[in-house]
Design a binder for this molecule. Sequence first.
Ligand code: NAI
Ligand code: MG
Length: 339
Amino acid sequence: KTHKITLIPGDGIGPEVSSAVVSILEAAGAATGVRFEWHRHLAGAEAFEKTREYIPKELYESIEENRVALKGPVTTPVGGGFASINVTLRKKFELFANFRPVKNLPGLKTKYPDVDLIIVRENMEDLYAGLEHEVVPGVVQALKVITSKGSTRIAKFAFDYARKHGRKKVHAIHKANIMKLSDGLFLRCCRDVSLGFPEVSYHEHIVDNACMQLVMNPYQYDVLLTENLYGDILSDLCSAFVGGLGLVPGANLGTECAIFEAVHGSAPDIAGKDMANPTALLQSAVLMLHHINEPETAERVQAGLEQVYREGKVLTKDVGGTSGTKAFADAVLKAMEAP
Ligand code: NAI
Ligand code: MG
């Protein structure tokens, strides 16, 4: 079977990690009778140089047609420049749920063993709606948009996931003590949805306390249900439990399309140096393989990856190793070949 997949290599470490991932998927596919047709497209500054568009029309059309994309990180300028490519794509394709499983890899020692939690982040609203304006010089307003439709939809997603996968608890993360109307609405929707899921226990934590609770004892959490901004921040925090941003995958999910990408950004500090850990994007690709209903290929990749971590001989610098991106990818390829 052949799958057409839109590939956005991205900026910074994006091209390095995505080429590692593509080579591993190609090999796993060849061994399991699955073929990939990669439709490669630029986005962001590089796309603008070539096409005068930050998100070229061809990229939109490609995602519309294929409905599945694998995406490397894209650099977003701080301050001025252009609107975030990520935010724009998520809005355009109504990718309302950002799904981020945080789980230790076997063999990789971190300060927190056996963490297994899921972040379910609302992906289209909140302060990320991008509605900012200068009222008068020296005064800027940013509008936080929370809707009952968006909040109910993400809460349903979280609870449905919990029910389907035997997860016991959902914690809604909020700051409704201060943002009484916006976070208040989010919470009310979460509560309403929770009533339909009596087998999943429902809790509420204020976001600043949740940061402390997480660092003290992440094991008390199971599914974290958050608005857009809190979910963004908590994702990076939680990645540290399992070894950092080099590891944690993500999926932007809608009803029509899905874009799979790591939690991390373009990591300009290590870009082009063969230092990036491709694990986060690789695990995102594993989520993608499950999404396109190729579990055998997914398991082959995951098993190879876990084998490399279990052996612990070929690891990238971020997780205490001395190997480069390419050597790590080669080790995964080799582990997948072993019977
Ligand atoms: P970052 O996630 O790129 O990097 C943070 C730290 O983690 C850096 O020290 C980096 O070296 C390290 N790191 C990240 N990924 C790694 C990997 N795979 N292997 C090893 N180390 C890794 O965050 P930063 O520096 O704040 O953002 C850089 C750019 O990325 C910004 O322009 C930002 O807007 C963009 N960004 C894009 C995202 C996306 O496209 N989905 C998500 C987050 C940020
Ligand atoms: Mg982020």
